[in-house]
Design a binder for this molecule. Structure first.
Ligand code: OXD
Length: 315
């Protein structure tokens, strides 16, 4: 009698919701274990051949001797790779986060150009500020540092409102809706053209600290930086300095090297900074389920998985 392969579903808050949406192809069987804590997962990981997880504690890897495939529930996989045995295939969920993040980006860019803060402040004081007029996104330039599946969707939406879009990528290859894609060696040139710089890079050895003092110095003083990728891609001390000295106009920050951002962090106090708590691209069980279910069917049939992370690149 063959034993049903063990699938470990791990999420500290929503493991049940993810597990409930798993669809096993007719005629196949899997044993689904729902875990919300590390001790629960530790009791299963030694038998699990599949992990469907939100930030599976890496301490479990030492016991994961049967693990063959890890499906990440979030956008990034930087948490998953260090220490994970090479034989484990890691898969992502592309296509899910771009629509969320493009609304976030365009929303906050409009917040800047529409001078939302000024009108709201004036309203609180019952003041009619007819001399303050909004700007437009049309004709402004967005530089996307990172043009993977999320960056491409942001480019598409930004183009649709008439923005110029420039990109930076490892290969410098053409991307739809992006007027010019620069290689990292030309980062400064790409940044110097922007009204809005959007950092949407995964965290890898090559991207850590990429937006450093020099990169920030290349930005125009009226430009805004949006970071929705990973906090550590931006040199936080350099950014803080650029913001405090108004070297750049401001920043919209969703991600930070330390999360939650400590309450005494100086970024909280800056008027030209918007802080959101890592919410630009939320994961929902409903959206990730089809990606997982399609791969589960493939895995059960011994077929190649989709959206496999390139371990040498780190994304
Ligand atoms: C992440 C996410 O990977 O928010 O951090 O999805």
């Amino acid at each position: 009698m063959s034993v049903a392969p063990v699938v470990l579903v791990y999420h500290p808050d929503e493991a049940d919701a993810y597990a409930r949406l798993i669809r096993v192809p007719t005629g196949r069987d899997v044993a689904i274990h729902v875990c919300t804590t590390e001790p629960e997962a530790a009791a299963v990981i030694g038998r699990a051949r599949v992990a469907y997880a939100w930030k599976l504690p890496v301490a479990l890897y030492a016991k994961a001797s049967k693990l063959e495939w890890l499906q990440a529930m979030g956008a990034g996989v930087d948490w998953a790779l260090p220490g994970l045995p090479r034989r484990v295939v890691v898969t992502r969920a592309p296509g899910i986060f771009g629509p969320w993040m493009s609304e976030y980006v365009l929303g906050w860019c409009s917040w800047v150009t529409q001078r939302t803060e000024s009108y709201r402040a004036a309203q609180r004081e019952r003041r009619w500020i007819g001399d303050v007029v909004p700007g437009r996104l049309r004709g402004k330039t967005m530089t996307l540092v990172g043009v993977g599946d999320v960056g491409r969707e942001i480019a598409r939406v930004a183009r649709a409102v008439g923005m110029h879009v420039i990109g930076v990528s490892r290969s410098g290859g053409r991307v739809p809706a992006v007027e010019h894609v620069y290689r990292p060696g030309y980062l400064g040139r790409a940044l110097s053209a922007a009204d809005f710089v959007v950092v949407v890079l995964p965290l890898t050895r090559k991207t850590r600290g990429l937006i450093d003092e020099r990169a920030l110095a290349a930005m125009r003083p009226r430009a805004w930086l949006l970071n929705i990728g990973r906090g550590a891609v931006v040199d936080e001390a350099a950014l803080l300095h650029a913001l405090q000295t108004q070297r750049i106009a401001g920043a919209i920050l969703d991600v930070f090297p330390t999360e939650p951002l400590p309450a005494d962090h100086p970024l909280w106090g800056l008027d030209n900074v918007v802080i959101t708590p890592h919410v630009a691209g939320p994961s929902t069980a409903e959206e990730i389920a089809p990606v997982f279910n399609d791969n589960l069917a493939r895995w059960l049939r011994g077929r190649p998985l989709q959206h496999v992370v390139d371990r040498s690149r780190g994304y």
